[in-house]
Ligand binder design. Structure first.
Ligand SMILES: *Cc1c(COP(=O)(O)O)cnc(C)c1O
Length: 413
């Protein structure tokens, strides 16, 4: 079974991380070294997670309560919670299937005098052009926050130089993961200095908590190993365990209540050491090869099935969603053929505020109902990806059975 997900981290990285739980370097110096991988390190801040950094940003900016923030209609639920925690009103802007981001026109129509900021997400590994958003923001004096959590492709794109803040995640399911950790790029040096000071007042997450994280993802990585994954899925299906829900729950960050207290922590020293190692050894070529495979899969599937977001360039196909009318039927066929596809995601559609029902994101809702995520990662060989495409095409357009001659009918008589 090709598991739905391969964590983008090697056994060796996990071992080195574990060693760092016991022999940690000094955290502040390590954080500065992590920041120096990025252009303009003085505009770079390492945080425990994107959620931590985004909360820190809003806490420091202190926008007037009741301000509207336009957001890409699909994101993770916690980003919405964090906006609300700061008294801000998230206003969804529906997505264009081609790029999985709102069009320039859709952003423009959503602006009101109460709008203060735009939070735009680059989804599924694609990167969109933010220039029209920056122009709009300049005209209306809005902040632009770029959510690059799913779009790290190397240090050559460190966020648009004119965006106010760009956020990159190295959380467990992201590419080049360190199991946690994020990098924020903040254009205004004075704002960044205030954020840095505020973060320095947070408690530091314990090293043992990070040690437990390493163990947990070591186990999940083991379960995603091909023969193990097949056995695991087989057993779960036999005993009727909803492994879909189990896996999706297991990889969710900061579960349970008290989100804000949990995210307001400084990154632990072993995490910083692991981020430094991952950045130092970052292999852009590996993801470029995967991107080429992604383009090939798109060509095979497109036309027969909608592959949303594939018009964005560059695109590293961190995940590969397709939209179909009957997701359970496709998933069943794929699982039978050894491909553990899933509908389950940690994403949500942002609901419109009560007085702005015209902002209801209809395509985003249809997307979540119709989406199937194919198992797709650098470890999947090209011929497997081609075989998977064939299964998808066969399921959607079953070959008609050859017509049987109607025995005994008038013609044959
Ligand atoms: C993963 C993700 C986040 C959160 O990143 P963390 O570093 O885990 O907090 C935010 N936005 C999007 C779109 C994401 O995919």
């Amino acid at each position: 079974m090709w598991s739905r997900k391969r964590f983008d981290i090697s056994w060796r990285d996990l071992m080195v991380g574990a060693a760092r739980v016991f022999f940690s370097p000094e955290p502040d110096g390590t954080a500065r070294r992590v920041e120096r991988f990025w252009p303009d390190p003085e505009h770079t801040l390492v945080c425990l997670s994107v959620r931590s950094g985004f909360d820190l940003l809003l806490e420091t900016l202190n926008l007037p309560r009741g301000s509207e923030v336009l957001v890409s209609a699909i994101t993770i639920p916690h980003m919405v919670k964090i906006l609300e925690h700061h008294g801000l009103t998230p206003v969804p802007v529906d997505l264009d299937p081609a790029t999985m981001a709102p069009t320039a026109d859709a952003w423009r129509r959503a602006v009101t005098p109460a709008t203060r900021a735009i939070l735009v997400a680059h989804l599924f590994g694609g990167r969109i052009d933010v220039t029209p958003i920056l122009e709009l923001a300049q005209r209306h004096k809005l902040y632009v926050f770029e959510d690059c959590a799913q779009a790290f492709t190397g240090f050559e794109y460190a966020g648009h130089p004119e965006a106010d803040v760009s956020m990159f995640s190295f959380g467990a399911i992201k590419s080049t993961t360190a199991l946690e950790g994020a990098v924020l790029r903040v254009r205004d040096g004075e704002l960044l200095a205030r954020m840095r000071t505020a973060q320095a007042g947070y408690p530091r997450q314990g090293r043992l908590a990070f040690g437990r994280r390493l163990l947990k993802y070591g186990l999940l990585k083991f379960l995603s190993f091909r023969p193990v994954a097949g056995f695991f899925v087989f057993v779960c299906r036999r005993v009727g365990c909803d492994y879909d829900a189990w896996v999706n729950g297991a990889v969710r960050g900061f579960p349970g209540a008290d989100l804000i207290a949990k995210i307001r922590q400084q990154p632990p020293a072993p995490l910083l050491a692991l981020m430094e190692r991952r950045f130092r050894r970052f292999n852009a070529e590996r993801w470029q090869r995967h991107a080429a495979k992604g383009r090939e899969l798109t060509v095979r599937l497109n036309g027969a099935v909608l592959c949303p977001g594939t018009s964005s360039t560059p695109h590293n196909y961190w995940v590969f969603p397709v939209l179909v009318d009957e997701p359970p039927r496709l998933i069943e066929q794929l699982v039978r053929s050894g491909y553990d596809a899933t509908q389950g995601v940690s994403l949500c559609v942002v609901p419109p505020p009560a007085d702005r029902s015209e902002q209801k994101a209809c395509f985003a809702e249809e997307f979540l109902k119709k989406v199937v995520f194919l198992p797709f990662y650098p470890e999947l060989p090209t011929r497997r990806s081609q075989r998977m495409a064939a299964v998808v095409l066969d399921t959607l357009n079953p070959q008609p059975l050859p017509e049987k001659p109607a025995v005994g009918s008038a013609e044959t008589a």
